[in-house]
Design a binder for this molecule. Structure first.
Ligand code: SF4
Length: 344
């Protein structure tokens, strides 16, 4: 059977590969809101959210729907206030992406009169739009020929081509994108790329790929899919402990701190102190969360001293429970605050 693209009749092999994928998708493809629209704005929002979050979470927890209700078009997003933007993005993490989306929206408003461009060069020139997102917009919104590689597609292609090098270094990335270009379906870009992604989600899964049910098994070169793709060595995970304060003033208002660092600018959380500042303050609650390569042990302390002994630091202020819950904050802190407020 033909293998692609190294068989003698590579062109026919690639065409048969694409056809097999499309046929399988026609019978098995799932329906998602972003697959039922051609609106580039709605598709773009889904693409940004799905870069970091599973489909089940984006839909099941209502992130996608809520965001589009709050900002139904590019003009609304372009004029979003910081607080409402962060609040709408809350729970998705990587808050810088939300601000970058607003920057993109502003550029689309000023450079393209509020209409998403449909040329690769124009899309890639926008802030926050890389070649994956540009390709996704071309294929899914405009039905134009495009190449795109996300995690699912990279995995499938690495297995189909039996690629034994890391896919996440410069030369591996280049190779995967080359194959994506070669195999790309110029006539049916939308359905082809949806099919390739769906294959990665349902059949060619990271562990235990179901090769027996795979529509492109006869084109696939690997004998050991469970060992692919190869990746570079992961960075070492660093364990960190954070000490947070749970302080309420005489009116019952809660002390919060607004972040000013670039990554989480504008978000609210409990004030953090050095371990030696808290000495033996009792621990009210604790939890663990992960962020990038850090595993954080968050310990929340209650004060031993009177409130009057506290000097507020930059960015700190008191808020009623209702105010606090309406602020945008990282999910681990929201969970802790909700838990402690409900037990007060
Ligand atoms: S045959 Fe197996 S490894 Fe190859 S693409 Fe299909 S599911 Fe993936």
């Amino acid at each position: 059977m033909n293998k692609v693209p190294c068989a003698k009749d590579a062109r026919q092999g690639a065409a048969a590969f694409r056809r097999a994928l499309r046929n399988w998708f026609s019978a098995n493809g799932k329906s998602y809101p972003w697959r039922e629209t051609r609106d580039p704005y709605a598709i773009w929002v889904s693409e940004v959210m799905l870069q970091q979050t599973q489909i089940a979470t984006v839909l099941g927890k209502g992130y996608y729907t809520r965001f589009l209700e709050k900002f139904p078009n590019i003009s609304c997003l372009a004029t979003a206030e910081d607080d409402e933007l962060l609040k709408a993005w809350e729970g998705l993490g990587y808050y810088r992406r939300a601000r970058l989306m607003r920057e993109t929206a502003r550029e689309v408003m000023t450079r393209h009169a509020g209409i998403f461009p449909n040329k690769y060069e124009d899309l890639i020139a926008l802030p926050g739009i890389g070649r994956y997102t540009a390709g996704a917009l071309l294929a899914f919104a405009f039905g134009k020929p495009a190449a795109l590689v996300d995690g699912n597609i990279a995995r499938v292609l690495s297995r189909v081509m039996d690629f034994q090098q890391p896919i996440d270094d410069a030369s591996g990335t280049k190779k995967i994108w080359e194959w994506a270009e070669i195999l790309s379906d110029r006539l049916h870009p939308r359905i082809y790329h949806s099919a390739l992604m769906e294959l990665g989600q349902l059949i060619c899964k990271p562990s235990q790929p179901n090769c027996g049910a795979c529509p492109v098994a006869k084109f696939c070169l690997t004998q050991d899919p469970q060992f692919l793709p190869k990746k570079r060595a992961r960075p070492v995970v660093t364990q960190v402990t954070e000490h947070a304060l749970w302080v309420r003033n005489l009116d019952g208002k809660l002390l919060l701190h607004q972040e000013s660092n670039r990554r989480r600018q504008g978000l609210w959380k409990l004030p953090i102190r050095e371990a030696d500042e808290l000495s033996d303050w009792p621990i009210l609650t604790e939890c663990h969360y992960a962020i990038t390569r850090y595993r954080v042990h968050l310990m929340v302390h209650e004060p031993l001293r009177q409130m009057s002994d506290f000097d507020l630091r930059s960015g700190e202020s008191f808020h009623s429970a209702d105010e606090a819950l309406a602020l945008a904050m990282p999910s681990p802190f929201r969970r802790v605050i909700e838990k402690l407020l409900s037990s007060c």
